[in-house]
Ligand binder design. Structure first.
Ligand code: SF4
Length: 410
């Protein structure tokens, strides 16, 4: 599959094409990791960089890491710097601008960190930041300080790959029933090391579910091998959340990777980040969510882009997020509508506009077309005391009733 297009004059320069690479190499994730783009010369094999991109690559070099897998590079439009895949992968000068309110750690990982790698923010669950490595260093990463900043990882590298203190903390807090492995991308580890960590968690009786946050299904789906899936399936329940941001990322390779995870009993959810110039249009977001459903990935969160140092140029307004959400709710299958959240030091806060408001006469409801109806105690008890005392009068089924009459209509 090639995204190769021709220039307006019809001339196609000799950029690398998918078809130039033997299947044996293309299907081997280690080959992609070895061949990652890390400098301008390698980038020129896949795209024709603009002068601004060239400057950004040079000026961000000492500050932020850069790497792109050939697979993800093959999805970039070679000529259009506005390509939604290209913008996520190629440095921009906006990363060096200072935005007011921007922070390196707006979600407070450092504040809630209990061991080198364990962040304990919610009562019954923790995240483990097990690596700073990723196949592609996404330009919009919320943990840019950890993954992409050249000097800025959260954890002590001196501890190497010893996870015993982290596992001891989790074992010592039996209220922790859910552990999310994240980073960086946990699947950057070879299978053996990853299994060691997961087996360590599974040996803790209070840990019920293990979740993995990984963008490999998007950035390098070839990593989702039968061996990896078989290993993960030995430690069920294991869940995986990935991070598709644009319908262009849903390729046959990505679909195969998701299918493989699902066939091994690993539910796959998706977290999208709302990004200016990439997916901040209703039509794009609708196509993304419906395509995710088609490949059986459940849209889970729509994150408002955090005001992270080096990322702020991707931020939209919350008003834009509301417009997107209103373009999804009611317009596509209900479980294809993600929850719109802002990640803060207080945790994730749902910020979608409500579809109801309280009035002196009852609850005013509006549907996805903006039509309103009033619901009062005669239709549906609004308070516990109304419920306890029954309806004040016999409901008039011809008025104020929703027309839903069965499961299919809900
Ligand atoms: S793969 Fe995830 S953790 Fe890594 S840079 Fe991209 S968004 Fe950040």
């Amino acid at each position: 599959m090639s995204q190769m297009s021709t220039e307006p004059d019809g001339i196609r320069p000799s950029l690398t094409r998918r078809e130039d690479i033997p299947d044996e190499q293309w299907n081997d994730w280690r080959w992609h990791m070895r061949k990652r783009i890390t400098n301008l010369d390698k980038a020129r094999e896949w795209i024709r960089p603009t002068l601004l991109e060239e400057r950004a690559i040079a000026e961000t070099a000492g500050k932020y890491r850069w790497s792109v897998t050939p697979y993800y590079a093959s999805l970039m439009d070679p000529y259009d710097p506005g390509c939604p895949v290209r913008q996520q992968a190629v440095p921009a000068l906006g990363e060096l601008l200072e935005f007011s309110g921007a922070e390196v750690d707006p979600v407070g990982d450092m504040y809630y960190r209990k061991t080198n790698r364990v962040v304990h923010k919610y009562p019954d669950r923790v995240i483990m930041l097990i690596t700073e490595a990723c196949p592609v260093y996404c330009r919009h990463c919320t943990r840019k300080f950890h993954t992409t900043d050249v000097d800025g990882t959260y954890f002590e590298r001196s501890e190497g790959e010893d996870f015993s203190e982290d596992l001891r903390y989790i074992a010592g807090h039996p209220e922790i029933r859910d552990v999310l492995l994240t980073g960086g991308d946990p699947l950057s580890y070879r299978d053996g090391k990853l299994e060691e960590i997961i087996a360590g968690l599974r040996a803790i009786p209070s840990v019920e579910i293990i979740r993995i946050g990984s963008r490999f299904p998007v950035l390098l789906p070839q990593r989702i091998t039968p061996d990896l899936c078989a290993m993960l399936a030995r430690y069920h329940p294991v869940w995986l959340n990935t991070h598709f941001n644009h319908p262009k990322e849903i390729t046959p390779e990505a679909e195969r990777a998701v299918d493989r995870l699902l066939r091994h009993g690993i539910p796959v959810g998706n977290q999208t980040v709302l990004l200016r110039g990439i997916n901040d249009e209703v039509d794009t977001m609708r196509r993304l969510m419906t395509e995710l459903l088609r490949i059986r990935v459940r849209p889970y969160y729509l994150y408002h882009c955090d005001n992270v140092t080096g990322v702020s140029h991707f931020m939209t307004s919350i008003e834009k997020g509301w417009e997107i959400m209103e373009g999804l709710q009611g317009h596509i299958t209900g479980f294809g509508v993600p929850q719109y959240v802002l990640t803060t030091r207080l945790g994730k806060i749902p910020i979608a506009r409500p579809y109801h408001r309280e009035t002196p006469d009852g609850l005013a409801l509006r549907n996805y077309r903006g039509e309103e109806m009033l619901v009062d105690d005669s239709v549906c008890p609004l308070t516990e005391s109304a419920a306890a005392h029954g309806f004040r009068h016999a409901p008039d089924v011809t008025e104020n009733r929703t027309t839903a009459t069965g499961e299919g209509a809900r």
